[in-house]
Design a protein around this ligand. Sequence first.
Ligand SMILES: Nc1ncnc2c1ncn2[C@@H]1O[C@H](COP(=O)(O)OP(=O)(O)OP(=O)(O)O)[C@@H](O)[C@H]1O
Length: 284
Amino acid sequence: MQACAEFSQVKKQIDDFHMGPVDLAIEPGTITALVGSNGSGKSTLLKLMMDLTNADSGVIHIFDTPVDTNNESWKRHVAYLPQAHIGYHPYTGQDLKEMIAPMYPDWDDNLFAEIVGTFHLPLNKKYGKLSQGMQQKLSLALTIPRNAPLLLLDEPTAFMDIPSKRMLMDLLTDWVDQGERAIVMTSHQAENIMKLADYLCVLQDGKQIGTFEKEELLQRYRKYWVSSSLPEEAVPGEIAREGQAILSDQPEATETFFRDSDLAITHQTALDLEEILSYLLKQP
Ligand SMILES: Nc1ncnc2c1ncn2[C@@H]1O[C@H](COP(=O)(O)OP(=O)(O)OP(=O)(O)O)[C@@H](O)[C@H]1O
């Protein structure tokens, strides 16, 4: 199946920030969250996909077309929501819709009306006069109905209230379920990632720690308490200790060790995604 986007050994340097090498494939029908601390390179990855900045080495393909080709027709297959829109401020939502919709052959006016209705967006007000949260909602209303098969969202819910976040998450899940389309989004919000993402591409200071299937990641980590004192030396799979608890990223190996050492497990829990990401991002 044709990948929506593919990074091969992509590297980029901006001053003293070094990104990559990044290898990543975005398959249709999937939602990938770019996760990492501030300044880890998430927005830069999206900008590289939009050819808004150039890679120093490596190749990025969008639907099999290299992004740095002279023919930019591939851009019609991508809808990009940046963190901030420069140039929208003097226009009303209606003006912006009339400017943007004709550029996208698959623009869905019904979906635009649905998002406007869901978020109670006033289309007669200038973008610059809207609150940050409303600006974000209007930007989404102007981006999702483009129905481009690859949707890139940079922090889409950063300024949104809780009910709106939920509504957007439902909307995005429905949107991606409709067919051969994919979403790549950056997010700091574990709730978004937990609800939406199939895959997590984890970045730390520009380094790609890994790309993980969310469910696989959730199953990989467990926390154990045992009946007597823990041995001083590290237990197989141990990644950390919290008081009398051991955190493991190899539950089978850890449990075998406890069994062989006659240490009864008195309690165990899975780790939530926020804890897992904190551990991944603490790695040296
Ligand atoms: N135009 C620019 N000029 C100079 N440095 C830049 C520029 N754009 C990005 N950088 C640097 O590149 C690095 C990665 O930035 P990027 O915006 O991709 O991070 P991020 O993971 O999206 O961060 P955040 O979570 O804060 O949005 C940072 O060190 C940033 O300072």
